[in-house]
Write a protein that binds this ligand. Structure first.
Ligand code: GLU
Length: 536
């Protein structure tokens, strides 16, 4: 048993692991011994090399990004290497746009890879579809040693087998029909052109055990495992075979992946054993649940009603989340450092992250917490950087924003927003005419139209007395008008806000007047008067 790790035990009997919800097992968290790193925790004391091995089948889901983050942090924490490998052997599900989505998503979060597509490396190529000769060579080794066998069963036979199993209410699975073929006879049939797949010859007795850094010891009775297909008849490897061969040749020390792969892991271990290779350390990460905590967080649900929440990395990006906030939030999705700390910088995460502190229990995706963290990270930004970002977002809306105005407007909203999308309706009126409003919108519940008109006249009058009203001048004017009319400041501020920005809510009013400047302010106050007078 490797040092560190969990002390839990999960055993799967003959029926395999299909029915057991693994996230129910809640093991106590245990830290690595003081002064030990993940590097020292690998059983074999190998250098730490981790890999993110996505299949390019479509949009990049935020769950995949969480896997990538934990994998990257494991490498960076130990001073090891992080490899990006693209598992594209399933040509039916291949999506040509997916690779770009993966690489740009990883880059957005700053998850740089030491080896992989675009950067190369000593173990390349890093696209499995470019490694086919390696898999072909390796399958010959297993066929020659008798650890794998050629299976000639046709699709029709397998379908008929499945039908019978269903009818008899038996567990589905291959009946090992070709396992007993003499190897020479199998070679002859293959040479004669008969189509075949290669299957793993799983031991019929015994138990396969592995230690999972997150979940403790997991064991499967071999009798419950399938004679897995390793190579398909088209000469392409299956996920299982290519994955193990590559993890071995890429010298991967830690396999960190979604918990849905747990039931495949005993077969992977048997493949390692068939080759006589040492398996890596496994860490199966907790499932990400939807916000209700009831089901697995899904891909985009169409027509579900209500506002659609982002689930793909691209959508989080487009919704205006900061990469710092997403990094921070995803790190907490299944991991904690054992304290109450919730705000982590990239450097702190690298220093503190440890797979043995990952909680095996499913973690619900909490959009409110993410929004809150996004606000935290917006407030941490340098004002100049925030102003630049605001400018970019305005630019996307086709609003051109001058640098000086942006620098003045940024601080008025930086403290108040949770996302860049919130900021736009608060600031757009600094750069273009306010959203259209009706004269009646100017009138707050506490005033009537006549006194609202008086407020507008007096405010114009008072502000016109100074050449460039400052926030203090604006405050003096508004408080003075409130006193004169025997009203509170709030209804007076309502009138001014609608007149200047088209809405009763906005950034701090006195500063707004200063930043808008006398020309725009007086013009908009005059326009408001005309609108109010036009109300019948
Ligand atoms: N290609 C697999 C996936 O996308 C990788 C699983 C693994 O990391 O072994 O889930």
């Amino acid at each position: 048993c490797p040092a560190g790790g969990r002390s839990g035990r999960i055993h799967f009997g003959r029926e395999g692991g299909r029915e057991t919800p693994l996230n129910r097992y809640d093991f106590p968290a245990r830290s690595p011994p003081p002064g030990k790193t993940d590097a020292e925790m690998t059983e074999k004391n190998r250098p730490v090399r981790t890999r993110f091995a996505p299949s390019p089948t479509g949009e990049f889901h935020v769950g995949g990004l969480r896997t990538a983050l934990f994998t990257w942090l494991t490498a960076r924490h130990a001073g090891g290497r992080f490899v990006l490998r693209i598992e594209d052997t399933d040509r039916t599900r291949f999506d040509p746009g997916a690779l770009g989505a993966l690489t740009s998503g990883l880059r957005w979060l700053g998850l740089d890879w030491d080896e992989g597509p675009e950067v190369g490396g000593p173990h390349g190529p890093y696209l499995q579809s470019e490694r086919l000769p390696l898999y072909q060579e390796q399958i010959r080794t297993l066929l020659d040693s008798g650890s794998a066998y050629r299976c000639f069963c046709t699709a029709e036979r397998l379908a008929e087998l499945r039908r019978l199993q269903e009818q008899r209410q038996q567990a589905p699975g291959y009946d090992r029909h070709c396992r007993g073929l003499r190897p020479e006879a199998a070679v002859e049939r293959a040479a004669a052109g008969e189509a075949w797949v290669a299957r793993l010859k799983v031991p019929l007795q015994g138990t396969t055990v592995f230690h999972d850094l997150v979940r403790g010891e997991i064991s499967y009775e071999n009798a419950g495992l399938q004679d897995l297909v390793l190579m398909k008849s088209d000469g392409f490897p299956t996920y299982h075979f290519a994955n193990v061969v590559d993890d071995h040749f890429m010298e991967i020390s830690h396999v960190t992946r979604a918990s849905e792969w747990i039931p495949s892991t005993p077969s992977h271990i048997l493949i390692y054993q068939a080759f006589g290779w040492e398996p890596p350390v496994f860490a199966h990460l907790p499932v990400i649940l939807d916000p209700s905590g009831k089901g697995k967080m899904s891909k985009r649900k169409k027509g579900g009603g209500g506002p659609e929440m982002p689930v793909y990395v691209r959508e989080f990006r487009e919704a205006g989340y900061l990469p710092e906030a997403v990094l921070n939030y995803l790190a907490l999705l299944g991991w904690s450092d054992g304290t109450d700390q919730t705000e982590f910088t990239r450097e702190e995460l690298i220093a503190k992250f440890d797979l043995t502190r990952v909680n095996p229990t499913g973690a619900a995706f909490d959009y409110q917490k993410l929004d809150w963290l996004n606000g935290v990270w917006i407030r941490k930004m340098e004002p100049a950087a925030f102003a630049r970002l605001l400018g970019e977002w305005l630019g996307r809306e086709g609003i051109e924003a001058g640098e000086a105005t942006l620098a003045a407007v940024g601080p008025l909203v930086q403290e108040r927003v949770r996302g860049m999308k919130d900021a736009l309706p608060l600031v757009d009126f600094f750069f273009r005419e306010p959203a259209p409003y009706g004269g009646a919108d100017l009138v707050p519940p506490q005033l009537d139209a006549a006194s609202t008109l008086r407020v507008l006249e007096r405010l114009s009058g008072r502000l016109a007395e100074v050449e460039r009203p400052t926030a203090a001048d604006a405050e003096g004017a508004i408080r003075g008008i409130a006193a004169d009319l025997g009203a509170k400041v709030q209804p007076i501020a309502h009138v001014a806000r609608v007149a200047l920005g088209g809405r009763p809510v906005g950034p701090p009013l006195f500063e707004t007047i200063e930043v808008l400047g006398p020309d725009v302010t007086l013009r908009r106050l005059g326009e408001a008067r005309r609108r109010l007078e036009a109300v019948p």
